[in-house]
Design a protein around this ligand. Structure first.
Ligand code: BT5
Length: 337
């Protein structure tokens, strides 16, 4: 596994580069002298130049104006901890962000960090996954630098049987972020697909490490196709897929999207810990593609059909079968008939 550019921010303690970016952002368009930057950050002017150069190599555009100072022009659309933490105001989610350029799967990396006692709210992000995972051993297509591949470590103080509720929470968070940033109207398909115009734009893979009645950690794996181009989708996908770019016709800023997603996750998780599942279930149902529809659910070697009447507290899909008998389905793939 090749993991490059590992960069973490612990406890939001700002690095010099973060401090410099905050200063630049607070004074948009202004020329700030090296002396002023140096005294604000408590370093020499030579050190200021060294850190400006570091930012330039990471893709930031900063003009250096002889005998006057520096002017911030633009930030790159890169999913680094440095860029994402700037301006992120969350309580738990993103308290620590580990960004790597490449990894096999952010879920695998998140479990490794969780095993070495990463805190609740730790976020792992990669620009490319070499073995992105879907459910049931399936593959998640993860081309470089166009999408979002992230995993969030949670340690909820609750019974493992409630963990499937967190898939609903992450689905609602992704839907809210798509609405807010891309101004599109996503729908949610049980159990883990986010759709735009019937095409899959995001998938969720929530995994857990637990004992009988204690959760060690839940890893919320979230993959969102942001600026993926049509030719980057393989031809053999199980269902039609899309990206925010393809639906909107213009690229979507990945940093803005990721900050919005982490913020919605934070708000929803906070609410979930205080008030439980009902509000999340209601919002999920209001965005559901399957409620009231006749569906076929395939699982293992079997399948069943019926009209969807809701989801229960365990995250199971509730069906009314053709003969009127109710049925609960805990896992499977849904086809709308
Ligand atoms: C999912 O599985 O939808 C879960 C995807 C979770 C991906 C994230 S990325 C960050 C984190 N780290 C990981 O390693 N995984 C998570 P499932 O419902 O089984 O759907 C997988 C199926 O979707 C595949 O068999 C393909 O047919 C299709 N697919 C693969 N890549 C896709 C993509 N980028 N967009 C849309 N569909 C895709």
């Amino acid at each position: 596994m090749k993991e490059t550019d590992l960069y973490s921010t612990g406890d939001r303690k700002p690095s010099l580069e973060q401090g410099m970016l905050e200063l630049f952002r607070g004074r948009k368009g202004d020329v700030i002298s090296g002396e002023e930057l140096g005294s604000a950050l408590k370093v020499s002017r030579t050190a200021v130049w060294k850190h400006v150069k570091n930012l330039l190599t990471q893709g930031y555009r900063i003009e250096s104006i002889p005998s006057r100072g520096y002017r911030f022009v633009a930030a790159p659309d890169v999913l680094t901890a440095l860029e994402l933490t700037s301006g992120l105001q969350t309580k738990r989610i993103g308290c620590q962000i580990t960004s790597v350029h490449e990894t096999e799967s952010t879920n695998l990396l998140a479990f490794r960090l969780a095993d070495s006692s990463a805190r609740e709210g730790t976020v792992v992000i990669a620009e490319v996954q070499t073995g992105g995972k879907g459910r049931l051993g399936r593959h998640w297509e993860s081309p470089p630098e166009v999408n979002l591949y992230c995993s969030v470590i949670l340690r909820p103080p609750m019974s493992p049987v409630r963990a499937p509720q967190l898939t609903f929470l992450s689905a609602v968070a992704v839907a809210r972020a798509i609405e807010e940033v891309a101004r599109l109207q996503p729908k949610i398909k049980w159990p883990n697909d986010i759709l735009l115009n019937g095409h899959k734009v995001a998938g969720l893979l929530n995994e857990m490490s637990a004992e009988t009645d204690t959760i060690h950690c839940v890893v919320l794996g979230i993959g969102v196709n942001i600026n993926m181009l049509r030719e980057q989708f393989p031809s053999d996908l199980r269902q039609p897929a899309t990206s925010l770019l393809l639906e909107k016709g213009i690229p979507v800023n990945r940093v803005d999207f990721t900050r919005a997603l982490l913020t919605s996750l934070d708000v929803l998780y906070d609410d979930y810990l205080s008030h439980g599942f009902p509000a999340i279930r209601e919002e999920w149902l209001s965005r559901s593609t399957v409620l009231g529809r006749t569906v076929r659910v395939s699982f293992g070697n079997g399948e069943t059909e019926g009209v969807v009447t809701g989801v229960d507290n365990d995250g199971a899909l509730l069906l009314a079968r053709g003969d009127g008998a109710p049925e609960r389905v805990l896992a499977g793939d849904v086809t709308i008939l």
